[in-house]
Design a protein around this ligand. Sequence first.
Ligand code: ZN
Length: 401
Amino acid sequence: MSNLLITNIGQLVTNDSAREGLLGIVEGAAVGVREGMISWVGASDAVPEEFRSLPAIDAREIAVVPGFVDAHTHAVFAGDRSHEHAMRLSGASYADIQAAGDGIYSTVRDTRAASLIELILGSRTRVARMLESGTTTVEIKTGYGLDTANELKMLDAIDAVDSSLPIDIVRTFLGAHVVGPEFNANRTGYVDLVVGEMLDAVSGRVDFVDVFCDAVAFTIDETERITAAASAAGIAVRLHADQLSRTGGGALAAKIGAVAADHLDHASDEDLSYIAAAGTVAVLLPGVSLMMREPAPDGRRFIDAGVTVAIATDCNPGTSYVETMPFIIALAATTSGMTPAEALWSATAGGAAALGLSDRGIIAPGKLADLVMLDAPSYEHLAYRPDGDLVRRVIKRGVPV
Ligand SMILES: [Zn+2]
């Protein structure tokens, strides 16, 4: 049923506005869908004849919003780091945990040890929960293999999850997550591997190359070398930048024209001016701040600086085991200085912008029919009821999930 009419919509959030960040709200709306694409949007009492015979869903007294676009996740992994979170709550720092051989390296050990089928089954469960909670497009990174064979195994797992669920997955190669454990005394050797054998192996299978540019991961010089190799291979770039301290990753993202710069908790005002001018999207990750007990990202400061903002879960086993975008919307609105409207926009149209996708995040003719029907009369409930499962129905490419 990829042909569909949704009628009597109490409140339709279209994001179809001339100005970025404005929701575009229609009350008493209807949406006509053909072949998985939005074909018509208008008043419910003015549905054109050609749509009236389509299978119909009545959305009386409820809000319909664009499907959520989760633009930053590490949702494919094996293992369990709940104990590490308990350590953190007892006072251990990120660096203490990584130095103890935990942190990212423990997920690398577990992901390497997992068979492909184990990796697929564990990850599919998470991605299915994302879909059930309204995420219709999700970005998933590699970066827990850190050798060529295991990075490829992660991509195989992403492919398998993608083909088994009605959700679109954007693939990012994050071989430069941290230095591979075999290369602790030979960082240059690891960067050689990333820009050589690994990049060759993933080329044609990924949409983006990402680098964790931070004091515990890769330097600015190393990041520039890796992103230059990605660009030479024709692959778009995004960065983890200025998360734990200001290393200049945000400014570098702007300089090299990265599609997105993520985290940015420690970016300076000057960095934000470069990011705004470059049109690089800032992906803010308030779930990480919550779990790390750090101050929330200041979304207001980014928006006021003219930066396009996305918000995402950063679903990962260490610092943000969060799967649902409605929770992130509530968190951004409550802790990041964003209005409920800005938080919703950043979770939909903003997320799409952060992935370089112009065909979703907006409910308008010609866009994908990715829609979420809420168990609530207005989108403001997403910020108002943080623990509520407010997603009644998810429609992916015109098909109810
Ligand atoms: Zn991340």
